[in-house]
Design a protein around this ligand. Structure first.
Ligand SMILES: C[S@@+](CC[C@H](N)C(=O)[O-])C[C@H]1O[C@@H](n2cnc3c(N)ncnc32)[C@H](O)[C@@H]1O
Length: 226
């Protein structure tokens, strides 16, 4: 079980030790790449829903690890937040500590597979971040995430920068015996095929990841309603 956090929580109100070292590790630079885009999407989704008069904004983070984005959403305007993770990597215990240290102990944590979440319970905002490349059938998981949302779906995934083939998809992921991989173009093509209403999208590099196969990062803010 890891003793060090996946994320640096200093912007969420407390100081912690991040894997595997704040200045040299892969976690810190990758967080710096992902966090501004994902947090901006969460804030925009909350703002839009409030402007439309939504009173109870619920937030769900799939693949939450130490629940950084659930804690962020709860602190910055969501009325409820839940993080779900199968705890394969053992971060949920740290999530439990983090929610208290960040001053939002009511962030709910669920240990389980994201596909086990029942789709009759909807969340105003669903964040599927840092998870699709962990699963063998990302399209199935993406469709499930869409079903869970009543307002916005936020998606982030690592993608390969080693090729530009618009039909590229590989499972297991290159060099791994699990997961899967798209590249930027094939991920975009997949999103277009699903017919989602994309409000914004972005791309940047996970500079902590050396291999081109792991280095790209795609982001989508998808509107489900009204
Ligand atoms: C890369 S971390 C993502 C952390 C955070 N959401 C982020 O983007 O910074 C991926 C997490 O997904 C979890 N995970 C992998 N497969 C899962 C599944 N099928 N259902 C639930 N959690 C899963 C792992 O335990 C791990 O904590």
């Amino acid at each position: 079980m890891p003793k060090l956090y996946y994320h640096d929580f200093s912007r969420l109100g407390f100081h912690n030790r991040q894997l595997p070292g704040i200045f040299t590790g892969i976690f810190a630079p990758n967080q710096e790449a992902k966090m501004p885009v994902i947090c901006a999407y969460i804030m925009l989704a909350i703002a839009k829903l409030r402007c439309e008069g939504e009173r109870e904004i619920s937030f769900a983070e799939l693949f939450c690890a130490d629940a950084f984005y659930s804690i962020f959403a709860r602190k910055w305007g969501a009325d409820t937040a839940v993080g779900i993770d199968n705890d394969r990597d053992g971060y949920l215990r740290l999530a439990s500590v983090a929610r208290k240290r960040a001053g939002v102990p009511d962030v709910q944590l669920v240990r389980g597979d994201v596909m086990e979440l029942p789709t009759n319970i909807k969340y105003s905002i669903v964040a599927n971040v840092g998870g699709l490349y962990h699963v063998e059938d990302p399209v199935r998981v993406l469709r499930h995430s869409w079903e869970l949302s009543s307002g916005f779906l936020i998606v982030q995934s690592a993608v390969s920068m080693a090729n530009d083939d618009p039909a590229y998809f590989e499972t297991p992921a290159p060099g791994w015996d699990w997961g899967s991989r798209f590249n930027r173009r094939s991920f975009q093509r997949m999103v277009e095929r699903e017919g989602y209403n994309v409000i914004d999208s972005a791309f940047n590099e996970l500079t902590g990841n050396e291999r081109l196969e792991d280095r790209g990062s795609v982001y989508y803010l998808i509107r489900k309603a009204p």
